[in-house]
Write a protein that binds this ligand. Structure first.
Ligand code: ATP
Ligand code: MG
Length: 581
């Protein structure tokens, strides 16, 4: 392709709204243009990359036995009402009405559409297992569309859905998709990890997220430096490191700030006036102790029921873990009013001593055996000191309730946990019968009995994947495309367009390379050499070939995008060289 015949509008400057390297370079190299917030055009170069990624996905999906179809993007509301998601999906679902006032949604995901199809068309166990997939535009009215293609409101997704007659069947379909994802991301040149993720219900590793490693990622990957344990931060298990454990020891009177009134006897603990000390930071200053000596008491409504959860002052409560432990679907912080009404306490001063007996108290494992701790006194501006867990307050349930943190150790092998940022590029999920039951989608088994399909769903953010690849493959000058997805293989530049020898050689090489089946982007624009080189770096094709002053001797200059040094090559050897790359 001649550069001047296509549309590759490169930009010298960064777009003002581009905060990430991928967004900057994809805009500057002329791959994408924004039409509205979170809505992008794929320009010819971007679209070529997209098609390469799609090709890899299709090849691996077909290898895994999945079959492609294309579902509609426009969904009647009844479809989403059947599954119950019309009411719970919220503002992310783009809703609209037709001319008769009939409600519709633009597909944010396609569990409903596929379940409805399979329910009508697949009635017998003989047709199972079946895995169907599509590559299609999705619409989600994201609260914060950003980082270019990373979080769009209109974006491309590959979504696959498996239908099985047994749990073992689902396990196999899931493993096949998991392996296909591993192959896809590897071929895309991505550094990634598959991690255990939260399935929103109790259960083990029935969902994995595929994370491209990147500092701009919104997710935190916790992985062991010693074994292959890896999980999303929201459910990563950990044990505290030995040296971080709280030491026993009373509140040193000499460290306490002046103004603390003399403790009055109160059960086993002592009550201390702590005016306006609501936060852990304020308390550590007031008492002159480390945060690990303080018990953080958090009042929650779990599926609407009040619960008080305890973690050490230097830890963060993890609501996902609590939900999983209790098999609950929602966990929210209690309002100040509820804290007064339901707990008889005061926001900012909640503590586990003398809470109403019908309020369950859950505690993180680190609270077990804690001595001479500081806790809220359930009264304004009051805390209790020298409180011992189990002696001075009851705990109904111990568990791993806190978010893993630096210095923690792996629960599997004791190795040190590491924390990395990641971009979620794919997600595999065992749905079970969630949708088939809600939508009464059943098949007949070999004894003529009807059963709901056992389903899995598997997504890849195809457009997000492009951004993740660029995020990992660039340098200061621009993109450095991995071999399998580069939009063209060779960037051919002729330096002087008014020099007949150079032009003739360049034209010949352009023809030869194309005849050899090599995709070439040919820059024969009448422009400064510097500008052409800058564009070549920005666009990032694997090999740049320059026809310049040694054209008369039949010599061209070659430079790999991934290397700093260029080298000379006899022009008649170029095709063979490119073939061998
Ligand atoms: P996220 O947590 O990033 O919002 P999600 O959990 O909503 O993702 P899924 O519903 O599992 O995502 O969708 C499958 C895949 O689609 C994700 O793994 C991700 O790669 C991609 N994806 C999701 N939302 C977007 C978006 N707004 N823009 C681009 N890709 C997206
Ligand atoms: Mg989302």
């Amino acid at each position: 392709m001649r550069l001047r015949h296509t549309l590759i509008p490169t930009l010298r400057d960064d777009p003002s709204d581009a905060e990430t390297a991928s967004h900057r370079f994809m805009a500057r190299a002329g791959l994408i243009r924004q039409l509205a917030s979170g809505v992008y055009t794929y320009l010819p170069l971007g679209y070529r990359v997209l098609r390469n990624v799609e090709r890899i996905i299709r090849e691996e999906m077909e290898k895994a036995g999945a079959v492609e179809l294309l579902l509609p993007a426009l969904h009647p509301a009844e479809l989403w009402q059947e599954s119950g998601r019309w009411d719970v999906y919220g503002d992310e679902l783009m809703r609209l009405k037709d001319r008769n006032g009939r409600p519709f949604a633009l597909g944010a995901t396609h569990e409903e559409a596929i379940t409805s199809l399979v329910r009508d068309e697949v009635k017998s166990y003989k047709k199972l297992p079946l895995t169907l997939y599509q590559i299609q535009t999705k619409f989600r009215d994201e609260r914060r569309p950003r980082y270019g293609l990373l979080r769009g409101r209109e974006f491309l997704m590959k979504d696959a859905y498996s239908f099985d007659a047994s749990q073992e069947g689902l396990d196999q379909s899931y493993t096949r998709m998991y392996d296909a994802y591993t192959a896809i991301f590897t071929r895309c040149g991505l550094k990634f990890r598959a991690i255990e993720a939260d399935s929103g219900a109790i259960g083990g590793s029935d969902t994995h997220e595929f994370m491209a490693l990147s500092d701009i990622g919104e997710d935190t990957i916790v992985h062991c430096g010693q074994c292959d344990y890896a999980a999303n931060l929201e459910l990563a298990e950990s044990v505290g490191s030995v040296n971080a454990k709280a030491d026993a020891g009373g509140v040193a009177a000499d460290k306490a700030e002046p103004g603390a009134t003399a403790p009055a006897a109160f059960g086993a603990g002592q009550i201390v006036e702590t005016p306006n000390c609501r936060t852990i930071a304020q308390l550590t200053r007031f008492f002159g102790v480390g945060p690990e000596r303080i018990v953080k008491s958090i009042a929650l409504l779990i599926d609407g029921r009040p619960v008080v959860a305890l973690v050490r002052g230097d830890r963060e409560l993890n609501e996902t873990k609590i939900k999983r432990m209790l098999g609950a679907t929602s966990a929210e912080l209690m309002s100040e009013q509820d804290i007064t009404d339901k707990l008889g306490s005061v926001a900012g001063f909640i503590g586990p001593v003398n809470l109403p007996s019908d309020i369950p108290i859950m505690a993180d494992e680190e609270i077990r055996g804690m001595r001479q701790a500081i806790v809220g006194a359930n009264a304004a501006d009051r805390h209790l000191v020298d409180v011992d867990a189990d002696r001075d307050f009851r705990i109904n349930l111990y568990g791993d309730l806190r978010t893993a943190t630096a210095g923690d150790r792996c629960t599997r092998c004791g190795g040190e946990l590491r924390f990395d940022k990641g971009i979620e590029v794919g997600h595999v999920f065992k749905l079970g019968t969630k949708y088939s039951e809600a939508m009464r989608a059943t098949y007949l088994d070999d004894s003529g009995k009807s059963n709901p399909y056992i389903m899995g769903c598997y997504g890849i953010g195809v457009s997000r994947l492009l951004a993740a690849i660029v995020e990992q493959h660039h340098n200061d000058a621009g993109i450095v495309w991995p071999a399998e997805i580069t939009p063209y293989r060779v960037h051919l530049i002729v330096i002087q367009t008014n020099n007949t020898v150079q032009m003739e050689l360049a034209e010949k090489l352009y023809r030869d390379l194309q005849n050899a089946g090599c995709d070439v982007l040919y820059d024969d624009r009448d422009d400064r050499a510097g500008a052409k080189f800058a564009d070549a770096d920005l666009i990032g094709l694997p090999l740049r070939v320059t026809v310049g002053k040694r054209a008369a001797e039949g010599i061209v200059e070659c430079k790999r995008r991934s290397e700093a040094e260029s080298f000379e090559l006899a022009a008649d050897r170029l095709t063979d060289f490119v073939r061998s790359m």
